[in-house]
Design a protein around this ligand. Structure first.
Ligand code: ASP
Ligand code: MG
Length: 454
């Protein structure tokens, strides 16, 4: 059995869904279970009209709902009474919200869950029209979560039990189509796993079904050796470890959220990233064990719009509690710190939001001198050979050819070597590093022809 997950853009139109049907058909002998996101931008549209409804824009919200219905029916094809009924319920919800004038996390989940409830119905119906023996299943009957609405966490033992006892027998006989993103509490209240949660659903469902593989179908060819938004020089990475993939994801590689693969990691199930517009490309395979590789790195990740904060206090010479005091300030303003470097009397760190910067600086200045640099970037060289390759840091900084480096971090995870540079140097730095480390490629790990698609 395999799990095949298709994101919003893969099911955004009739033509896209038909492409998906053809891909599923070509893998029927592996007993696919299909997990789908809401069609196109449906989730955003549902959330926007819910907000409109509570802010006094009832008529506008209902008009948007009508437009969403029109899009859904136009692209979904003839789908029968269930879809109509879903839109009637949605209209009632919108009316109810506008009367209440309040949007709770619980009602956000109730509304946004319709995206995947609709898409799974529609995709199953179109699959049948394409000759597949498909049946829709409601993930709320299988994925049981806690009650933290909009960010619910699965209750694994209950969920795995339901998946293996109830869903597996159906999936052995027919092509099950199930909506991602949604679940329910043990009491039956609808929940969601957080935005972009369908990948997580695929991983949970794959783990519960003991699938041999989890396929995440997107609109890119897989993970690349560098971010195409920064420089178009990347090659496709054919195989990468979970740890390396997670490092890339932390640094904004849009392909996959790191927490989504955890259930798969725990059961040692490989996760594949594939392109639904180019199904012949073999994609990226993410595996539990480390991947032997002739290159020092698997990829270069980066993050722009970083703020560096440099904190220095001579009073802290030989004193203790300095770090605690600093981090307490960031904690009070719920501002995550990304990178940290320290010396005896000074600490530099980076944050990726300026939202609470002013009050943070005011508090820090009560006990330290503080300097701030905006428009910085983090470059993160990812690979699990770093800890054991001699001279690797020297080679990295040599390749940078004089670009000024403001902070360096290595050793915390053994999987990355990261540093901070000025944002305006980023593109040039990435190109130089890519040239130095990805010109001569290990053919077992990289596909030199692979590039970003779509
Ligand atoms: N439809 C949900 C969202 O847009 C879940 C997903 O697409 O993965 O966040
Ligand atoms: Mg998505």
């Amino acid at each position: 059995m395999i799990v095949m997950k298709f994101g919003g853009s893969s099911v955004e139109s009739a033509a896209a869904i038909d492409r998906v049907a053809a891909i599923v058909k070509s893998r029927l002998e592996r007993h696919p279970v299909v997990v789908v996101s809401a069609m196109g931008k449906t989730t955003n549209r549902l959330l926007a009209l819910a907000r409109q409804a509570v802010e006094g824009g009832r008529a506008a919200a209902l008009a948007d709902l009508a437009a969403l219905k029109q899009y859904t029916l136009a692209e979904g094809g003839p789908v029968g009474g269930a879809v109509e009924a879903h839109f009637r319920e949605l209209a009632e919800l919108v009316q109810g919200l506008s009367v209440l004038g309040e949007l709770t996390p619980r009602s956000i989940d109730a509304i946004s869950a319709y995206g995947e409830r609709l898409s799974s119905l529609i995709v199953a119906e179109r699959f049948r029209a394409a000759g597949l023996d498909a049946v829709q299943a409601d993930s709320r009957d299988y994925v049981i979560t806690d009650g933290r609405h909009t960010q619910a966490a699965p209750l694994y033992p209950e969920t795995y039990e339901l998946l293996s006892a109830r869903l597996a027998p159906i999936a052995r006989e027919r092509v099950v189509v199930v909506g991602g993103f949604i679940g329910s509490t043990a009491a039956g209240v609808t929940t969601t796993l957080g935005r972009g949660g369908s990948d997580f659903s695929a991983s949970i469902i794959g783990a519960g079904l003991d699938a041999e593989e989890i396929q995440i179908w997107t609109d890119v060819d897989g993970m690349l050796t560098c971010d195409p938004r920064i420089a178009e020089v990347g090659h496709r990475v054919k195989i990468i470890s979970f740890g390396e993939a997670a490092e890339l994801a932390y640094f904004g590689a849009k392909v996959l959220h790191p927490s989504t693969v955890l259930p798969a990691v725990e059961k040692n199930i490989p996760v594949l990233i594939l392109n639904s517009r180019r199904p012949e490309v073999e994609g990226t395979r993410i595996v539990a064990e480390t991947v032997a590789c002739g290159n020092a790195f698997k990829a270069i990740a980066c993050k722009q719009g970083i703020v560096s904060v440099h904190i220095r206090s001579l009073r802290m010479l030989m004193a203790h509690g300095f770090l605690r005091r600093i981090f307490e300030v960031f904690d009070r303003y719920t501002t995550p710190v990304d990178m940290v470097t320290t010396s005896e009397v000074s600490v530099s760190l980076t944050i990726d939001t300026v939202q609470n910067l002013d009050p943070i600086l005011t508090e820090l200045r009560e006990f330290a001198d503080v300097a701030v640099e905006q428009d910085q970037a983090i470059v993160c060289m990812v690979g699990d050979n770093i800890g054991t390759t001699r001279g690797i840091a020297g080679r990295v900084f040599q390749a940078m050819n004089g670009i000024n480096i403001r902070m360096i971090s290595q050793g915390a995870s053994n999987l990355n070597l990261s540093f901070v540079i000025a944002g305006r140097d980023l593109k040039h730095a990435v190109e130089l590093l890519h040239q130095a480390f990805f010109s001569d490629l290990d053919p077992a790990v990289f596909d030199p022809k692979g590039s970003a698609a779509a």
